[in-house]
Ligand binder design. Sequence first.
Ligand SMILES: Cc1cc2nc3c(=O)[nH]c(=O)nc-3n(C[C@H](O)[C@H](O)[C@H](O)COP(=O)(O)OP(=O)(O)OC[C@H]3O[C@@H](n4cnc5c(N)ncnc54)[C@H](O)[C@@H]3O)c2cc1C
Length: 547
Amino acid sequence: MANEYDAIIVGGGHNGLVSAAYLARSGARTLVLESRGSLGGAATTESPWEDAPHLRVTRLSYVVSLMPPTIVRDLALERHGYKVHPMGPYYQAFPEGGSLTIFEDDPKRTHEQLAKFSKKDADAWPKWNEWLEGIAEVMGPLLTQVPPNIGSHKPSDLIDLAKLAWSQKGITTRMTADVTRLLTMSIADLLDDWFESPQIKGALAVNGVIGTWAGPYEPGTAYVMAHHSIGDVGDGQLGSWGYPEGGMGGVSEAIARSARGFGAEIRTNARVSGLKVRGGRVHGVVLENGDEIAAPLVVTTLHPRTAFLDQIPRHELPDDFVRDIEHWKTRSGVVKINLALGELPNFTADPSSGIAEHLTGSVEMAPTMEYIEAAFQDARVGKPALMPFSDGVIPTTLDTTLNPDGTHIMSLFTQWVPAEWADAPHTEELDAYADRLIDLYDEVAPGFKSSILHRDVVGPHEMEQEYGLIGGNIFHGELSLEQLFHMRPAPGFADYRTPIAGLYNGSSATHAGGGVCGIPGWQAAKAALADRKRANGRLRAALSRRS
Ligand SMILES: Cc1cc2nc3c(=O)[nH]c(=O)nc-3n(C[C@H](O)[C@H](O)[C@H](O)COP(=O)(O)OP(=O)(O)OC[C@H]3O[C@@H](n4cnc5c(N)ncnc54)[C@H](O)[C@@H]3O)c2cc1C
């Protein structure tokens, strides 16, 4: 039957595509429904400029690190075009003169660089990295763990909890203390314990506030730094960040090719308006155009507010669960600015022409922790940051496939504007915000402003309306402590299952999300397949009892 499938995936972002590939690989007749005209969700490569349709931009997310090698292998992603160019060093040119470059793979050069600001900090650097590696050993493997249902007395949940505790048996008192600190401290307090130089602390603070509605002095930001720095998903590889070939849309395209290869069908311009739920079980979906499609298994990868509050009749869900999703925190105040450049920036501190090494990694505007904090304080009181911070990259320095005509694309991930800006476009104010940031780069790299050929400013409202990122949060929900691990997205439902039988959750609002890692989509498919196997086993046992 044309409108009957074994499995439907709602949302063709990278997680939905991963789920689809795994389910199709298991032999399920699988359909992906994506509302937009193109796939990838927040992992997308697009051409935003009508007057330059040939220019391609990695429009929202911009670097990849956390995709587990197992997913890459299982889905043969490399054969389908997945390729990552490891990015270059961290670079910050300071308004008062000078610069800082951090080479992750070159301790000697990094020591020289750090010693320009503090000999003590330069000496502390290797120990800091060792400390982070220790943290990665503990926390990395947890990313691919299914969170236990803490507090449940069901024997299977108690066994899961015991297994998790057993897997952590090698952890020492010292490691537990380090992880506790990481989970509870602000990135500012953590860095104050290690370093003295404002410039070096500025460099390390950025990862603590990426995508976060919190300044560096807020508790919990140390964990956000770990989520972004560790890069080890406990799957045999300590990852480093890199530019996927063809932009982030290249990642989604590779996964889509794999899913199609396993037999999945993918429809775009197919907005799901609701799920068909009766008696606590899902039976399929209804599209915006009124079409109904049946399936006994549905994986939703939408923001939890949309998935549960808009697409399922309220009476089908437990009150506690509804309350948890209503209280889900989903702010971030992020603005993405994409620029097409006629020429690469030439920083006064490090004059260059062409593709210099310091342009191949992060090209930051986050000189100190105090600077970053001031940007948050502006937004907290309802104003766009007077001096926004920016995590900039120029992927075209390494990925020449993106724009073969040689035009460079600079992608600026910036913060903050007020979280409430998700409610309205604020177009003119966003333009003024972008102007201010561009002026800041121009100050340290004169001529930068005049090198801009095109610009594209994506604020929280567009992220919500166009991409379904409610509140403009880049991860489908904040990475704050009360929304992590067994609490993501709600207590009792962190195992990628939902209160509705047959409905699974593979969105970034589950454990290991956000980020472009595919883990939620993978785990949701695994949960669905395990349940199917168990149900088939029960059916076989019942039949054999009868015969
Ligand atoms: C500006 C920005 C920068 C980021 N930078 C990075 C980065 O550099 N590295 C990184 O790892 N992560 C980054 N992230 C986070 C990361 O991109 C996301 O966590 C991840 O892409 C989310 O993937 P997903 O598949 O869970 O959801 P999504 O990508 O949100 O996919 C959900 C899909 O569902 C579709 N949809 C919505 N409503 C419906 C409907 N009713 N019916 C059918 N389909 C629907 C959407 O169009 C979308 O395609 C960034 C995010 C943003 C916004």
